[in-house]
Design a binder for this molecule. Structure first.
Ligand code: AMO
Length: 437
């Protein structure tokens, strides 16, 4: 239908053939208007007794809300939003709902989120909801495009793994032919593996699993992670540059390309604002800013909480006209064992988070690539190097200095459209209660 609307001038007076869902019907006795909806838009169909062939009039009696229909007819000018309508000549009803609709697609956004997710197949038919997923696919495409253009190779790593990567208990156990295994929390070990194995620059877009028992508006138990890993870096600032380059590429494309413009307009949000120089603030400086500007106290050596992130986002938006800020040098105690500790201050690390509109969307840093130090790191975290032997082995035969980052696809989608809950940005979200549909 998108093409039809675009080509409406050349198609006027011609026969068109369309399939889709009935969005709504306005029945005026002898005159019936049916809004037909497909993934590209909507168009009015006109069925008029005395003008429309008898067979088609009959079929249109069955064309109720959300029936699946195909029509043939003539495209003509009309005082509709699209400026055109179809005078129906043939209609076939391919399928009809078998029970009253529990959620009307056109009104789905007025239902509570739980109901929308329960009947997600109806919810996503709402054109505004469909657009979330058009934008999401576009973001993933931009990610692939950007990193491919920088010489990164796409990798596909195991999702059933023998060890957790991010520390803590947030792993889902699975039984693998009688042996204990886990769903991957991150491609962390295998993206590092790929660099060490000589691919040097790699990226992956894939599902990751986190057994996060808590309910928040920004956590899912399954999400899509967009990961990069790059060898031969001088410092973790090289990784920041790649991430910054990608977000700039995304922001520019948001202003230029038709699809994101259309989606952003529907959500009434501005494209991301990313200045030439994105602010980078060491965490210890961020503590001071939050204290002095907002009277918000984060205990020294702790991670930012969600309020701290929000306030810092607000601060950089006002000061630097930036929707993005990098917070650098996180404490060793809140970072996973593979992170490289600062040479001169080992309680701090060569690592960063990136906040988009006040929400963490990316984490990254330089990795410890020196075998002995890595073993020390494992021990320092109170873990047994034996349990990580398979990973530590990668580092025994020439691992280059390297670093990388992981970006949350749903969080980027959510922040780009200013959605309130991350579940809205996942087609079929998983949370502690939701395993179906
Ligand atoms: P981290 O665990 O911080 O880092 O995750 C990286 C990014 O993934 C997103 N994210 C989430 N999105 C939705 N639901 C969740 N439960 C969730 N948890 C995280 C966030 C976050 O910034 N291996 C490292 C990355 C690296 O250093 O390369 C890692 O996974 O946007």
């Amino acid at each position: 239908m998108g093409d039809l609307i675009k080509d409406k001038d050349s198609l006027l007076g011609k026969e068109v053939s369309l399939c889709g869902w009935v969005d709504r019907v306005r029945d005026h006795g002898k005159l019936r208007f049916i809004m037909l909806r497909d993934r590209t838009g909507q168009i009015q169909l006109v069925v008029k007794q005395g003008e429309t062939p008898e067979e088609a009039v009959k079929a249109s009696n069955e064309a109720r809300d959300e029936a699946v229909i195909c029509v043939k007819g003539t495209l003509r000018k009309a005082p509709t939003k699209e400026g055109v309508e179809v005078a129906v000549r043939e209609m076939s009803v391919l399928n009809r709902p078998v029970e009253p609709l529990p959620l009307l697609p056109r009104d789905s956004l007025s239902a509570i989120l739980d109901t929308r997710l329960k009947f997600r197949w109806l919810d996503v038919r709402n054109p505004k909801v469909t657009k979330v997923f058009l934008l999401q696919a576009w973001v993933a495409q931009k990610f692939r495009e950007y990193f491919s253009s920088k010489g990164f190779v796409e990798i596909f790593t195991p999702k059933i793994v023998g060890a957790g990567t991010e520390g803590g208990a947030e792993v889902f156990p699975v039984i693998y032919f009688g042996k204990p295994a886990f769903l991957a929390q991150s491609p962390q070990f295998y993206k590092q593996f790929s660099v060490i194995a000589g691919l040097e620059r790699v990226f992956e877009v894939g599902p990751v699993f986190r057994a996060e028992p808590h309910h928040t508006t920004r956590h899912l138990t399954e999400y899509h992670s967009m990961d990069i890993e790059v060898g031969f870096i001088q410092s973790y600032y090289d990784v920041i540059s790649f991430v910054e380059g990608f977000v700039k590429h995304l922001a520019e494309a948001m202003r230029k390309e038709e699809l994101p413009q259309r989606v952003l307009q529907e959500y009434n949000v501005e494209p991301l604002e990313i200045p030439g120089e994105v602010p980078k603030i060491p965490l210890r400086k961020a503590y001071e800013i939050l204290d002095s500007e907002f009277k918000k106290h984060i205990p020294y050596g702790e991670d930012l909480d969600s309020e701290g992130e929000k306030l810092l986002g607000q601060y950089v938006k006002e000061r630097f006209k930036s929707d993005l800020v990098f917070v650098t040098e996180y404490p060793w105690k809140v970072r996973p064992f593979y992170t490289m500790r600062k040479e001169d201050e080992p309680d701090w690390t060569y690592s960063f988070d990136g906040l988009l509109r006040g929400l963490e969307i990316v984490t990254g840093g330089q990795r410890e690539h020196r075998y002995e130090r890595l073993v020390e790191n494992v021990k320092d975290k109170g873990m047994n190097p034996k349990n990580f032997e398979f990973y530590l082995n990668f580092f025994k035969h020439g691992a280059p200095p390297h670093g990388g980052a992981g970006l949350g696809l749903e969080r980027i989608t959510m922040q780009s459209l200013k959605l309130e809950n991350i579940r809205e940005a996942r087609l079929l979200p998983r949370d502690p209660e939701t395993l179906l549909p």
